[in-house]
Design a protein around this ligand. Structure first.
Ligand code: 5AD
Ligand code: SF4
Length: 519
């Protein structure tokens, strides 16, 4: 609960905001005629704290019986921005809404509820959301009874919430990443009160098991942990997602088994830093390697994970991954920079040499491994020479692909107050050179597959040509080939005939064949 009085003037002129009432359950304010019920609001200082209190695991029914029909006859849309964690949160949001009786629509004009599940990782992600809010304002004017909500990482930021209160008073609901399970109650509150309802918890709460999830397709995400304690100096995630909390292994394993039973073909285990899995258990000694060893025994064709941190990537994990089976030969291993001084300023807690040693160990254990990464260019103070170190590391490792970003200052993070002395033109040139280098290696990695037969999980028809099917190899490479739509959802063998930078083409192998990589 928000007990302290906040200095809103830090962000905006709130001189026209009136406090109507304030008690231990929050406060009601009025801004330009719009009443706002602030049950709780984000606070960066509290988000930064890492308390010792233990996390409870609750096994509850999130939608009480009296709310199970609230959405009957009504339609929803959820727009999702950002990472796979957000995509997966959206599956929970949709699961909750459908348990309340809502059904989905693609047409925003017929929606009774629109939610924006937002991302705060870089400024351009936030700009997109504010742009969308601008468009939705018109719809809200035409259809005032439609509920409009903002959730996800942006809601965890003080500045964002205040900007919405001040400039986007037509929003009906703001909630954060820690209280998604409260969505049914918040919808009820804003439907009946007609006030804007704000409930954002600064501190992570309990782990809530058994939340409904609306999954589609043949691939499923499974959370193994929440939050991040790494506090890389550029990153907002430890603030927006709270402290590291691992789900109990028996809950994760039961979920993976159930998904296997339902016929899913591929599982991606999710966490902001999966290698820290289990470090918060006080009663058992069980880490990410142990979990991977256990899911390796489950009868599901492919298991992936994301995202890993090089610092906690231990030998036990490498030993387990080398067992292969359903554990695929692809590791996403964000490096961020190839220069040790920049890594230190980023507080990544490893050096260039340590990263390269880890890569060598992984390649020794899994020679055909495909490595991908994340890289930031133009971190405050990055010199030309330091950037050259990043390029040389990319060449040395030979990443098959990379997500590359220009540094974006995030309010409240340590890097935001470092002198950002690299001109934007220089940052853009660095990004271009980096992307050119990555493309070269990506094509090179694909070239190695020419003439080989690979196992492909067929995901659907190609976006541009419905005669062409698209699927992925175990190493997550996109493959296009001609085939019948009946193959969607199945594993096939494809002989690679042509190689592009970002995908490969091949011919379906119709005869049963023994393929080395097939398990
Ligand atoms: N600016 C640019 N890129 C960032 N990332 C995280 N924070 C920032 C930031 N402030 C990138 C990192 C991370 C990926 C998910 O996003 O590369 O691994
Ligand atoms: Fe952000 Fe670093 Fe945590 Fe990744 S490990 S989420 S980059 S703080």
């Amino acid at each position: 609960m928000a007990k302290e009085t906040k200095d809103y003037s830090k962000y905006f002129d709130f001189s026209d905001a009136k406090i109507i009432s304030q008690d231990e359950y929050g406060k009601k304010i009025r801004i330009r005629g719009r009443e706002i019920n602030i049950i709780s609001e984000p606070n960066h200082r509290q988000e930064k704290q890492r308390g010792k209190e233990s996390i409870n695991v609750l096994y509850e029914d999130a939608v009480p019986d009296e709310l199970k029909h609230l959405g009957e006859g009504k339609k929803y849309i959820v727009y999702t921005y950002g990472c796979q964690m957000n995509e997966h949160d959206t599956e929970t949001i949709k699961g909750l809404l459908e348990q309340m009786g809502y059904s989905s629509t693609e047409d925003r004009k017929e929606a009774d509820l629109i939610l924006l599940n937002t991302c705060a990782i870089r400024e351009n992600a936030e700009d997109k959301v504010f742009g969308e809010l601008g468009h939705l304002k018109h719809l809200k004017t035409e259809k005032p009874d439609m509920l409009l909500g903002v959730c996800g990482c942006m809601s965890q930021e003080e500045g964002v919430v205040n900007r919405i209160l001040q400039k986007h008073g037509f929003v009906d609901m703001i909630f954060g990443t820690h209280n998604i399970h409260r969505l049914p109650q918040l919808i009820k509150e804003s439907l009946f009160s007609k006030e804007m309802v704000v409930e954002v918890w600064s501190k992570e709460g309990d782990i809530i098991e058994n939340l409904p999830k609306k999954r589609e397709g043949m691939r499923a995400w499974v959370n193994i942990m929440y939050g991040c304690d790494k506090f890389c100096t550029y990153c907002i995630v430890p603030f927006t997602r709270g402290k590291e909390r691992s789900r109990r292994p028996e809950d994760v394993i039961a979920e993976v088994r159930e998904l296997a039973r339902q016929g899913f073909k591929e599982i991606t285990l999710l966490g902001q830093n999966v290698n820290a899995y289990g470090k918060d258990f006080t009663d058992i000694h069980y880490g990410f390697g142990d979990l991977m060893d256990d899911v390796n025994k489950i009868d599901i064709p492919r298991i992936r994970f994301t995202t890993s941190h090089p610092r906690d990537f231990d030998d036990r994990l490498i030993e387990v991954l080398a067992k292969r089976g359903n554990l695929v030969e692809h590791i996403h291993l964000p490096v961020q920079s190839g220069n040790s001084a920049v890594l230190k300023k980023m507080s990544r807690k490893y050096t260039r040499e340590q990263y390269l040693e880890l890569v060598a160990k992984i390649k020794k254990a899994i020679p055909d491994v495909v490595l991908t990464t994340d890289i930031i260019v133009g971190f405050p103070g990055e010199t030309d020479e330091q950037f050259e170190d990043t390029l040389s590391l990319v060449r040395e490792v030979g990443f098959d692909s990379a997500y590359t970003f220009i540094y974006s200052p995030r309010e409240g993070t340590p890097a935001a107050v470092m002198e950002d002395n690299v001109p934007m033109e220089v940052k853009k040139r660095r990004l271009q050179r980096l992307n050119d280098t990555i493309s070269e290696y990506s094509r090179g990695g694909n070239e190695k597959l020419r003439g080989q037969i690979v196992e492909v999980l067929v995901e659907g028809e190609s976006k541009n040509n419905d005669k062409v099917l698209a699927g992925r190899t175990r190493t997550n490479k996109l493959v296009h080939f001609t085939g019948s739509p009946e193959l969607v959802g199945q594993f096939v063998h494809v002989k690679i005939t042509d190689v592009m930078t970002w995908y490969i083409k091949g011919d379906l192998v119709t005869e049963p064949m023994a393929v080395e990589s097939y398990r």
